[in-house]
Design a protein. Structure first.
Ligand code: CP3
Length: 366
C-alpha cells in the first residue's frame, strides 16, 4: 500500500525481542504472546503474596512488584512481562487519595468535579512514582539474558490514558454511565460555563504527569509502553474526537519520542478503531467482540494489532479453547504485526493450566 511506502515502520534495534519486532510490524519467527492481567488473582503464587500485602503495598515495594511480575511471566512462558502496578498510582502525587475496597474496586474519596478541583491537582511530584521504575529495573535485569529459544523477554511499562484516568478521578471509582465525566467534558464546549476550562486543564495536567511517569519507566528499561484507555468504548466517535483524541495523541507522541513503541488499548472499541489509529500508536489492542481481521481492517495497515481472545474462553473445554486460538491465528494469517493476547484481562477463577495451554498452542501454531 502507498501509505506503507510513505510511512515505514520504525526499525527495531538489532537484537530486539520478537515482541518488540511485532510491535513494529517486522517479521518474526513466531507470533509473540502475553496476557492482560497475567499476574493477578487467578494465580495461586500471586494470592500467596497478596495474603501478606495489600495491592498498593505490592505496587509500592519494588522487590515484591518485581517478584510478582517475574513469577507470572516465567510460570506462563510468555514473551513479555508487564510490570505489576496499577492505573491509579499517579493519583497520589497529584494529591488525590484513593483506596481499593474489596469487591468494589477503586474508590477516590474526593472526586474531581469542578475547575477549582482541577486547579488543585499537582503536577510537580511525579518523581514520587519512582518505585515503579525501580521495579522495572529489577525485572529488566532479571530478563536481560536471552531465554532457551534465543529470544529476550519484552518488558512492558504502562500508564492510563487521559480519558480513562479522568473518569476515575471524576466519578470517584468505576462507572456505568460516566455522567459526571461527560458533563465536565461537555462544559468545555460552553465558553460561559464556570467549568469551561476544567476538562482541557485536567487533560493538560494528566499529560504532564503521565509523560514524566512513562519517561521514568523507559529510562528504567521498559521497551514498550502500553496506554490503557480501558473505558474509551463508553464514548461516541464524535465525543472521542472532540474531547479525547487530541490529548491522547499528544501523550502518545511524547512517549514515542522516547524511542519506544506504544500499544493503545481499550474495550468495546470497534467503532473507534479508525480514529484510534490517528493517535499515532504503533499497536492497537482489539477486544474479542470484533473478528481480528475486521478489527485490523478498521485500524488500518499502518498499525500492528494485539488480541483478541475472549478471556472467558479460558473457562471453555479444551477443544473450544483450541478452536478459538487457531481461529485468531488464521485471521491474523501470519501477517507481520500481530501480538497474541486476550481482548481484556484474565479474570479471577481462570484455570492457570488453560492459560499455559494457550501459550503452548501459540508456540506450536503461531
Ligand atoms: O499482570 C497484570 O496485568 C497486573 C498489573 C495490573 C493491575 N492493574 C494490578 C491489579 C494492571 C496492568 C492494571 C491496570 C488497571 N488498573 C486497569 C487497566 C486494565 C484493564 O483491566 O482495563 C484498570 C481499569 C485498573 C483499575 C483497577 N485496579 C480496578 C478497576 C481494579 C479492581 C478490579 C477488581 O476486579 O476488583 C483494580 C485492582 C487490581 N489491580 C487488581 C490487580 C491484580 C486486583 C485486585 C487485587 O489484587 O486486590
Amino acid at each position: 500500500l502507498l501509505s506503507e511506502i510513505l510511512v515505514p515502520a520504525s526499525v527495531a534495534p538489532p537484537g530486539s525481542s520478537r515482541f518488540v519486532r511485532a510491535c513494529l510490524r517486522q517479521p518474526v519467527d513466531r507470533t509473540p504472546v502475553w496476557f492482560l492481567r497475567q499476574a493477578g488473582r487467578y494465580m495461586p503464587e500471586y494470592m500467596a503474596v497478596r495474603k501478606n500485602h495489600s495491592l498498593l503495598e505490592i505496587c509500592r515495594t519494588p522487590q515484591v512488584a518485581a517478584e510478582v511480575t517475574i513469577t507470572a511471566a516465567e510460570r506462563l512462558g510468555v514473551d513479555a512481562a508487564i510490570i505489576f502496578a496499577d492505573l491509579l498510582l499517579p493519583f497520589t502525587p497529584m494529591g488525590l487519595d484513593f483506596e481499593f475496597v474489596n469487591g468494589e474496586g477503586p474508590v477516590v474519596h474526593q472526586p474531581v468535579r469542578s475547575l477549582a478541583h482541577v486547579e488543585a491537582l499537582r503536577t510537580d511530584r511525579a518523581e514520587e512514582l519512582g518505585y515503579v521504575a525501580k521495579a522495572i529495573e529489577i525485572v529488566a535485569k532479571h530478563f536481560e539474558a536471552p531465554r532457551a529459544d534465543g529470544d529476550t523477554l519484552g518488558i512492558i511499562g504502562f500508564c492510563g490514558a487521559p480519558f480513562t484516568l479522568a473518569s476515575y478521578m471524576i466519578e470517584g471509582g468505576s462507572s456505568r454511565n460516566y455522567i459526571d465525566t461527560k458533563k465536565l467534558m461537555y462544559a468545555s464546549s460552553l465558553p460561559g460555563s464556570p467549568d469551561a476550562k476544567a476538562w482541557p486543564l485536567l487533560m493538560e495536567k494528566l499529560i504532564a504527569v503521565l509523560t514524566e511517569y512513562a519517561q521514568q519507566q523507559v529510562n528504567a528499561g521498559a521497551d514498550v509502553i502500553q496506554v490503557f484507555d480501558s473505558w474509551a468504548g463508553a464514548l461516541s466517535v464524535s465525543d472521542y474526537r472532540d474531547y479525547c483524541l487530541a490529548p491522547t495523541t499528544e501523550l502518545i507522541k511524547r512517549i514515542r519520542a522516547m524511542g519506544v513503541p506504544v500499544i493503545y488499548f481499550g474495550v468495546d472499541t470497534a467503532s473507534l478503531l479508525p480514529t484510534f489509529s490517528e493517535t499515532g500508536a504503533d499497536v492497537l489492542g482489539l477486544d474479542w467482540r470484533v473478528p481480528l481481521d475486521e478489527g485490523w481492517k478498521l485500524a488500518g495497515s499502518g498499525v500492528a494489532v494485539q488480541g483478541n481472545l475472549d478471556p472467558i474462553t479460558l473457562f471453555a473445554p479444551e477443544s473450544v479453547l483450541e478452536a478459538r486460538v487457531k481461529e485468531i491465528l488464521a485471521l491474523a494469517n501470519k501477517r507481520p504485526g500481530h501480538i497474541f493476547n486476550l481482548g481484556h484481562g484474565i479474570v479471577p477463577g481462570t484455570p492457570v493450566d488453560n492459560v499455559i495451554k494457550v501459550v503452548e498452542l501459540i508456540k506450536q501454531h503461531g
